[in-house]
Design a protein around this ligand. Structure first.
Ligand code: SAM
Ligand code: SF4
Length: 346
């Protein structure tokens, strides 16, 4: 598909035409990655953060109760995930240096010695030496969304903080060189994001040859500069991408068609916009992964990146049976094993 065709689909409003897009994405998904839906247990290990992202509720300046899970709590969550048959745990947090290099390395080693899980990290823009150390300790994958391919918009919404320049595309290339399975993605409908920029984002997914791609709607948080309308880039309203559920499905579908082998989650942000059916629609329009929340309940509401986040009142067990029910309800199966990227013909 060409960039112009992508742009055409992003602007398409005709429901009958869009059915064609959903069918095409679903057919590619079925042919290339099959009917299995892989479950990745998500552990939100800390909500401290040194960054000031203009969109995120965890930004350093926000006053909220901060927590960092204990090592034993994290290991217990991972063991629980393994007992549920999940193939992967994802350790995610704000970018925070109270999480030390050695502390994470020790946790990775212990999870690896106790379980057959693949380990995904999503800990922000850590120095190359940390990424190297964690790979050596046994980490398999790393998630770092580049958020937008437009350098000017990126600088506005994701500013450098003292002494730490932000260059997520460079880090993604480093992660690939270190042989991490590498994941990235964008938010859809960020104020100032045009259709052209979003088409470039999708082209960049292919250029970077990403193994995992997470895309979800931008959800306004009232206690952030973007949510308050303070950091805005003026664009022609007819060029502004809407932060809607429909637009998010279009991007999931186009991403599947452009990057057929990638593991693509049906995200929590989608489930937040449509709690009844968002996960299922994502899975039927290109996605093949879900990330049930394993974070202990007492911490969940504190990891408030945006308001009314899905799955904050449930236990890990409840998330597990809810996700399985949703997967079976659309005629799909639960993936076995670690569910890494499979390269066709290699
Ligand atoms: N701190 C790490 C990082 O930034 O990569 C990982 C945690 S961060 C909360 C994970 C993702 O949440 C970000 O990459 C961003 O795309 C998403 N996010 C943050 N605020 C959001 C918002 N208001 N709406 C939708 N997604 C949001
Ligand atoms: Fe911190 Fe990540 Fe939120 Fe940015 S998106 S403020 S790095 S948690």
């Amino acid at each position: 598909m060409t960039r112009d065709e992508i742009l055409g689909w992003l602007r398409e409003e005709d429901e009958a035409k869009l059915e064609e897009l959903w069918a095409r994405a679903d057919a590619v998904r079925k042919e290339i990655v099959g009917d299995e839906v892989h479950l990745r247990g998500l552990i939100e290990i800390s909500n401290y953060c040194v960054r000031q992202c203009g969109y995120c509720g965890l930004r350093a300046d926000n006053k909220l109760t901060r927590y960092r899970m204990q090592r034993e709590e994290i290991i217990a969550c991972a063991q629980e995930a393994a007992s549920y048959g999940y193939g992967t745990v994802v350790m995610q947090s704000g970018e925070e240096y109270g999480i030390t290099t050695d502390w994470i390395a020790g946790i990775i080693r212990e999870i690896k010695s106790l379980t057959p899980l693949a380990i995904t990290l999503s800990l922000g823009e850590r120095p190359d030496s940390d990424l190297e150390c964690w790979k050596e300790a046994g980490a398999d994958r790393y998630l770092l969304r580049f958020e937008t391919s437009d350098p000017e918009l990126y600088k506005l919404i994701h500013p450098d903080v003292a002494c730490i320049l932000s260059d997520r595309v460079r880090i993604l290339k480093k992660l690939k060189a270190l042989k991490y399975e590498t994941g990235s993605g964008v938010m859809i409908g960020i104020p100032g994001q045009t259709y052209d920029v979003l088409a470039n984002d999708i082209m960049l997914f292919t250029e970077l040859d990403l193994d995992m791609i997470g895309v979800g709607p931008y959800i306004s948080h009232p206690s952030t500069p973007l949510g308050k309308g303070e950091w805005t880039r003026m664009v022609d309203p007819s060029e502004q991408v809407p932060a809607t559920e429909l637009m998010a499905y279009k991007v999931v579908a186009l991403t599947r068609i452009m990057c057929p082998e990638a593991n693509i989650p049906s995200t929590s942000a989608l489930a937040t916009l449509n709690k009844a059916k968002g996960r299922e629609f994502g899975l039927q329009r290109g996605a093949n992964v879900v990330m049930p929340n394993m974070t202990p309940r007492k911490y969940r509401s504190l990891y408030e990146i945006y308001p009314s986040k899905a799955c904050i009142d449930e236990t890990a067990e409840e998330c597990r049976s809810c996700m399985r029910g949703r997967i079976f309800s659309i005629g799909r199966t639960v993936g076995a094993g670690q569910g890494g990227r499979i390269r066709r013909g290699k």
